[in-house]
Ligand binder design. Structure first.
Ligand code: URA
Length: 281
């Protein structure tokens, strides 16, 4: 078996074992499965960027010198407009670069602005590169995130990490946050008034970071950032345009954990992220 493919499969097996699957051996794979895996694993997957690919100023990932899977012109995002009620329409015009993430965190304080504060252990502000080119926005912290104070560190987080890694990025190069910063009781969907109270902080974080792309993970993030209520599986993979910033809705990793066959949707969209980042600014 090809060495790179073998390594890739070994990584996936390790991932599935971490996620609680029983033991699986590479030898158990039928030739047909190997072929399928070979066809679907993107060529960038095996090549995490060498140190030289990390821009020391922006401290962010730059495309490895590999042929893109499609010419940039073919992946140029369609410029669909967000709906009324989108995060940016409602946002106060905080000039980018005037704040720091630390100042926003300080302003948030020991937040008691909504009912979610009553049940939380820890505020999950966000994590990652303050100059990231991509910001991932999820729904809200779960039990693991609430315990650790960090976004996407549970099972969904492991899958998110895996996807980030698959397309040749590193978690520390991106920024990860949520539409609400406190765990909703029983992991229920955050309610509109909770999102309304919390989202000004999200807007300020995004404006301060100034990413090229916001990736909305799941319906609540899409509703909040884009103001779009259409089903996530219908609009995922389509780029939206906020002027300088683009937004890409995709399915939530937790949805993929519940529906493993849908993993290909997440992969496709993560490939779009990487193709977009390779395209000229
Ligand atoms: N799901 C989310 O939406 N966010 C997290 O931080 C973790 C799980």
């Amino acid at each position: 078996m090809d060495k790179q493919l073998r390594e890739e499969l070994a990584n996936w097996l390790e991932f599935f074992q971490e996620m609680g699957a029983g033991s699986i051996n590479l030898q158990d794979l039928e030739p047909a499965s190997r072929l399928e895996a070979n066809q679907t694993v993107p060529s960038v997957a095996q090549a995490p960027p060498p140190a030289a690919d990390v821009n020391p100023v922006r401290k962010t990932w730059e495309a490895p010198k590999i042929q893109p899977s499609a010419p940039a012109a073919q992946v140029a995002p369609r410029a669909l407009a967000p709906q009324p009620g989108s995060l940016f329409e409602a946002a106060p015009a905080t000039p980018r670069g005037k704040e720091t993430l630390e100042a926003i965190r300080e302003d948030l304080g020991d937040c008691r602005r909504c009912r979610l504060s009553a049940g939380r252990k820890t505020i999950v502000f966000g994590q990652g590169n303050p100059h990231a080119e991509v910001v991932f926005v999820g729904e809200g912290p779960g039990a693991d995130e609430d315990a650790q104070g960090l976004p996407f560190v549970g099972r969904a987080g492991k899958l998110l990490n895996r996807m980030i890694q698959l397309v040749g990025m590193k978690r520390e190069e991106v920024y990860i946050c949520n539409v609400v910063k406190c765990r909703p009781p029983g992991n229920r969907t955050p309610q509109p008034d909770e999102i309304e109270t919390c989202s000004p902080f999200l807007v300020r974080q995004i404006q301060t970071i100034g990413p090229r792309l916001i990736c909305c993970l799941g319906a609540p993030a899409v509703r909040t950032v884009l103001g779009i209520k259409t089903g996530i599986t219908k609009i995922r993979g389509t780029f939206y345009d906020f002027g300088e910033i683009k937004a890409l809705p995709t399915v939530h990793p937790a949805y993929v954990l519940r529906n493993p066959r849908e993993e290909k949707l997440l992969r496709e969209d993560f490939q779009k992220i990487v193709d977009f980042l390779r395209s000229p600014q």
